[in-house]
Write a protein that binds this ligand. Structure first.
Ligand code: GDP
Length: 457
């Protein structure tokens, strides 16, 4: 079937760097032939797929911009259609002019999300992946982007598929037994079914919980600032945040509770938690703070350990050093504007961690910290635990419905209802999970029954 050819600006419309105009559809190559010029006069529709070409975009004799053009032939493209991408020099005027030229020569302006819709309709991605892509487009930060990519890679899908498989196996068993009571018995099956349901409900609950986490994660890398009282944690947070949100005082232990801030560093979102200092103390309030500090640091993606470089190490420092040993952490030697008594090299040897010298008060060395964080992040060295996250409201609702249906089955089992009664709710639990994947139900059941129980019949 011939489809119309769509085009859109694929990058944010701003006056910076490079912009990309993407064209997808049967006419993509013939359109680019009409507007692309190169010194040697090459015709792009004659060139091989997945190649890049340098040249100019022109409308007739009027050259618009110097560009690189990427050619990607169907079906190995995002939409499975012929795709052409024009990388131009950016600038709102030029980018729009190129898009206008593409439209003038036969493309239609794409609706929002239409490239992804085509990818879905052409079977390249399933519905949940399509939604993950829309999350990518809307991602607030690189970190959220990574989470969306994980979803694309399918770890949510795998989990949901596993649960569905378990449900359909049980449905198939019931159906097969009802169909063939002589050979397949349902005695004691309710017990087994109840166990399966329990496991699946736990898994669905985990996914549901992760939907809250997922939202949090979209906000950023969980970063905890640890350190003894007075080391300069609040001051650091203030510098990072650029406001006086945390109260800075020089009475040890005033940051009793935890403070939380979201900050952006080089496009990465950090969710920073400033804690009361960890130390052995009988002071009840501070102890609660200490416990909280430990607790919040326990599952942190990154720990920033702030040390007062002008005072000697004590037992509390060793406590923290021990705590961060096997965790992702950076040590900041603060107050380097004062007389330093801690040697950075010795500290590095002692802890095995990277050390950065800063002065929160003088705003020195903060840029080094920022660089360290972005480097680590992009090298993949700061990572969220490789868990599964649901970030999408529709998914969440489907999971909730599935769980409720399974709980109804449990109720039916307890009430001693007949087995064929279970199937209805089981089927609903299965169906709504399938909606996340954009999959239909009927054939699955037929296939499962056929494969598992009717072999050779
Ligand atoms: P926290 O208890 O770890 O949160 O420490 P604060 O941020 O409240 O700082 C404790 C005291 O140390 C305050 O008087 C700060 O002004 C001071 N301070 C923090 N950072 C520095 C620094 O880099 N240099 C100097 N000289 N003083 C600092």
């Amino acid at each position: 079937m011939k489809t119309d050819t769509i085009a859109a600006i694929a990058t944010a419309v701003s006056n910076g760097g490079i912009s990309i105009i993407r064209i997808s559809g049967d006419e993509a190559f013939s359109i680019i032939d009409k507007i692309y010029k190169s010194k040697k006069g090459k015709k792009l529709s004659d060139c091989s797929s997945h190649t890049v070409h340098y040249g100019y975009i022109a409308d007739g004799d009027t050259v618009i911009d110097e560009v690189m053009v990427l050619l990607m032939r169907s079906p190995h493209t995002y939409t499975k259609e012929d795709v052409v991408e024009i990388d131009c020099h950016g600038g709102i005027v030029v980018t729009k002019k190129i898009l206008e030229t593409v439209l003038k020569y036969g493309a239609r302006l794409a609706d929002p999300g239409e490239f992804t819709k085509r990818a879905f309709l052409n079977g390249r991605i399933d519905l949940s992946q399509a939604e993950a892509v829309s999350d990518i487009i809307n991602a607030k930060s690189e970190y959220a982007l990574k989470n969306s990519l994980n979803q694309l890679r399918g770890n949510v899908l795998d989990k949901i598929k596993d649960i569905r498989q378990s449900i359909i196996d049980d449905i198939a068993f019931i159906e097969a037994a009802l169909d063939d009571p002589e050979h397949i018995t349902l005695d004691d099956f309710s017990n087994e079914l109840a166990k399966h349901i329990e496991v699946n409900v736990i898994e669905l609950d985990k996914l549901l919980k992760s939907s809250d986490n997922g939202r949090l994660l979209k906000e950023g890398i969980k970063t905890v600032i640890l350190g003894k009282p007075n080391a300069g944690k609040s001051s650091l947070l203030n510098v990072l945040v650029g406001t006086d949100r945390a109260i800075v005082t020089d009475i040890a232990g005033t940051t009793r509770d935890t403070l939380e801030e979201t900050i952006q560093i080089g496009g990465i979102c950090l969710n920073v938690i400033d804690t009361a200092g960890i130390r052995n103390t009988e002071d009840i309030v501070e102890k609660i703070g200490v416990e909280k500090a430990m607790k919040s640091a326990e599952d942190a993606d990154l720990i920033i350990y702030v040390m007062d470089a002008s005072t000697n190490l004590d037992g509390n420092d060793h406590l923290i050093i021990d705590f961060i040993k096997n965790r992702k952490a950076i040590i900041l030697l603060n107050k380097t504007d004062l007389n330093m008594v801690i040697d950075p090299k010795e500290m590095e040897t002692l802890t095995g961690k990277d050390i950065i010298q800063i002065s929160a008060k003088e705003n020195m060395g903060i840029d080094k910290l920022e660089k360290w964080i972005t480097d680590m992040y992009f090298q993949g060295k700061i990572d969220l635990n490789n868990e599964i996250y649901i970030t999408n409201i529709r998914h969440k609702e489907a999971i909730m419905e599935s769980k409720n249906s399974l709980l109804m089955v449990n109720q039916s089992i307890e009430d001693g209802m007949p087995e064929d009664f279970f199937s209805i709710d089981m089927m609903n639990a299965y169906k709504v999970l399938g909606e996340i994947l954009g999959e239909a139900v009927d054939e699955d059941l037929v296939n499962t029954i056929f494969c598992k129980f009717c072999m050779g019949k």
